[in-house]
Design a protein around this ligand. Sequence first.
Ligand code: ATP
Ligand code: MG
Length: 427
Amino acid sequence: MSGNIQAVRGMNDILPEQTPTWQFVEQTLRNLLAAYGYSEVRMPIVEKTELFKRSIGEVTDIVEKEMYTFEDRNGDSLTLRPEGTAGCVRAAIENGLLYNQTQKLWYLGPMFRHERPQKGRYRQFHQLGVEVFGLEGPDVDAELILMSARLWRLLGLEDSVTLQLNSLGSSYARAMYREKLVHYFEQHIGQLDEDSRRRLLSNPLRILDSKNPDMAALIAAAPKLTEHLDAESKAHFDALCAQLEAAGVRYQINPCLVRGLDYYGRTVFEWVTDKLGAQGTVCAGGRFDGLVEQLGGKATPAIGFAIGLERLTALLDEDVVPLEQFRPHIYLVRVGDAAQQHALLLAERLRDEVPGLRVQLNHGGGSFKNQLKRADKSGAALALVMGEEEVANGTVGIKPLREQSEQQTLALDQIVPFLRDYVAGRK
Ligand code: ATP
Ligand code: MG
């Protein structure tokens, strides 16, 4: 069959109609991160498979069944990154970013997981990742959460998301708790679904994360990690809660919040919404104090979070996107042979002399009426009109497209100051 070739299932095009929203979100994120002292880092999209196995954990959904893993031509096993933390830690160690210094880093880009595609869950999706290295917290934990709370305010989402918080304690406390939990679930083995039975030996904490409603009551009655925290983790967690309260951030402690990756300890959190159906986690993060050492670096405390940008953009109210900024200021209509050449040069001159001006030049000819239709469709605020008469007189017509007012005529040397004022007034 020779039909059209289509995109890979679960991998989406982001079309011109949607990119203003994405650019707006990305710009908001960049400004926010700069305001908190974070620097951007860009890592490769492909890493050695071993990196993800060693960091995310062999017995996690991601490593067990979601990775895009392949052999390259040398026979090395490589994987399209399913998340960014592992690569970020690898890059920080490899480039000596962690010696006697703290780092506040962010990255943004595509991640790849072979999941069942559905709303809010794709095979190529985008994350903003934020990681802090070298700080024990809890003040930095609080600041990280405050930064995410500020983001929701900037995007008008403060009423759409709620914060869930938990502490996973030290690895020793987790090991102790794990025994209690296994003991508890073993007593109720008949109520465990197949997935959970498998996890009972390999990764029992993940049972708490089960989305199966039949298991909800059993999980709710399970012993709580929060009740088995080591003293230091408890003090850390209490201090974090106190700082969030002082800053007026509301949260719910969710003792079943364990996160799906092995490297987390102490603080974990998620911002969740009920507006996206089952895919309700918009932002998820936590401490991974052991990961740097586990990947061969010097022991370094660390914390971070990742925001799923598809879910974030899906939540946004269209009205918050300043669409004006993505449309031309002017559409240059040019009718007649002489105007063709003159208008091309005028457009160049205007771009030279009016900083920030966005000019869209009419291409492909067309009658005055036709060109005005295109001008309207372009979203421009003004049409500049150049016809034979204007060329002969050294003038241009200016026609407002978004309001009822008359076309006026300006001499060519008046147009630059006019547009400078116009652009300045729109900023
Ligand atoms: P979930 O429980 O929804 O599967 P997760 O625990 O696997 O999420 P993380 O690995 O913590 O997710 O990723 C952080 C964020 O990235 C998620 O909260 C979500 O917003 C987004 N995300 C994760 N997987 C996908 C996906 N397949 N498609 C779109 N967004 C995703
Ligand atoms: Mg997942």
